[in-house]
Write a protein that binds this ligand. Structure first.
Ligand SMILES: Cc1ncc(COP(=O)(O)O)c(C=O)c1O
Length: 400
């Protein structure tokens, strides 16, 4: 006998959705398709040996690390994180650092603490779809404020902050944004925190890419401008996403409820791994690894952008990011990148359509290209396929 699951499922389940609404497994991709959908370090750059050596050393040094303890995280790692953040201009007490299962859990814990049905949440338009995945089941009104070349547009942000009821939070990725690649300028950083302070809106700053700059470091994080900012970091992009290790820096008033919420969610993050990663990120190896990663990503980004200029010319526009993993390409004309995707997939190339990154998922002429997981050859071939397919589709779509 089958249970009647529809009767018992919580209402919020209707708002759950998979990572992207596009079901990539349903796309008509021929073998050898080049996927610009990735947002991770390339497999050949994953530091498997460094991590595994550090894990073995950590286990020998402290076998009890395999027990339950330290819901807030290993002190050595919290100190290492606070030190790195201090180097970036943000004074952080290790007691204000909570270790999480990646940045994603940090977003989830913040939502658990702050959100109730009917609340308003302000995000950037476009924004990271994983944050929308977290917020949507809370039955909140999510509003996107547009971005320009220097980050979030201030008068639009103020409009959103000013309206009642006041937003419960402003979620932002101010540095090498996912998906748009944009970085909030230094002047706007201080303006954003002033607005948030004036209207009493908590800022949730998600910063997975801040250490992965190409030519020059970005301005200090928003947390450096205001100690009330909740800052989220991760080792997913600098080391490996499979580690599931990130952190949240929060004001003192929030630490106890956050640690309680973390305990309810999963008791603690992997303690052995935290010891290993603390050793890795405080070693000279880590600086050398970051230097090599920055140079590699800068090169891949340039290669893709040059190839796209050649292939797409006047059919699309984008600006070069100063770091991070993504190129945000906007097609000219009234087109929806989501409807073009199956035809591009047939031609052996995929991307994430822009509609995924807006709360209302409206049609968008933009698409996100992730370039870090593809080698030089694939980037060139992928750009060529994409250029050829889009040129054909855009010509077909144009009224005659
Ligand atoms: C802006 C942003 N936040 C959070 C995440 C999730 O990171 P993690 O693997 O640390 O959970 C990502 C990953 O793509 C991201 O781009």
């Amino acid at each position: 006998m089958r249970l009647e699951w529809e009767r018992v499922l919580a209402k919020r389940v209707a708002a759950f959705r998979a990572c992207t609404r596009t079901d990539f497994s349903q796309l008509p991709c021929p073998p050898g398709t080049i996927h610009f959908t990735g947002g991770a370090p390339p497999v050949e750059c994953l530091p498997a040996e460094t991590i595994s050596d550090a894990l073995v050393r950590a286990w020998h040094a402290e076998p009890t690390a395999l027990w339950y303890d330290e819901t807030d995280g290993y002190e050595g790692l919290r100190v290492a994180i606070a030190d790195r953040m201090r180097q970036r201009g943000a004074r952080v007490d290790p007691g204000q650092v909570l270790i999480t299962q990646g940045a994603q859990q940090a977003i989830d814990l913040v939502a658990r603490l702050l959100l109730e049905p009917g609340d308003r949440v302000v995000v950037e338009g476009p924004t990271y779809f994983g944050a929308l995945q977290v917020f949507e089941p809370y039955d909140v009104a999510i509003e996107a404020v547009p971005l320009d070349e220097a980050g979030v547009v201030l008068d639009r942000l103020e409009d959103a902050f000013r309206r009642e009821p006041r937003p419960k939070l402003f979620y932002t990725v101010p540095t090498f944004q996912n998906p748009a690649g944009v970085t909030l300028s230094a002047e706007r950083r201080s303006a954003v925190v002033q607005l948030a302070a004036r209207y009493g809106v908590p800022i949730v700053e998600d910063d997975p890419y801040g250490e992965l700059w190409y030519e020059a470091p970005p301005p200090p994080p928003l947390r450096a401008y205001w100690e009330e900012v909740l800052f989220i970091g991760t080792f997913s992009k600098t080391l490996a996403p499979g580690l599931r290790l990130g952190w949240l820096v929060a004001p003192p008033r929030l630490m106890k409820p956050l640690i309680d919420a973390k305990e309810a969610a999963d008791i603690q993050s992997d303690r052995l791994l935290q010891r290993a990663v603390a050793a890795v990120v405080t070693s000279p190896w880590y600086e050398a690894h970051l230097r090599a990663a920055r140079a590699e990503y800068a090169e891949r980004c340039r290669l893709l952008a040059d190839a796209l200029s050649h292939e797409l010319g006047e059919l699309a526009r984008w600006s070069l990011p100063g770091g991070g993993f993504f190129l945000w390409v906007t097609l000219t004309g009234e087109v929806d990148a989501a409807t073009l995707l199956p035809r591009c997939a047939e031609a052996g190339v995929t991307y994430v359509p822009g509609s995924e990154f807006y709360p209302e998922h409206r049609p968008s002429p933009s698409l996100r290209l992730g370039f870090t997981t593809l080698g030089r050859d694939e980037l060139l071939r992928g750009a060529e396929r994409l250029g050829r397919a889009l040129r054909r589709l855009l010509t077909e779509a144009r009224p005659t």
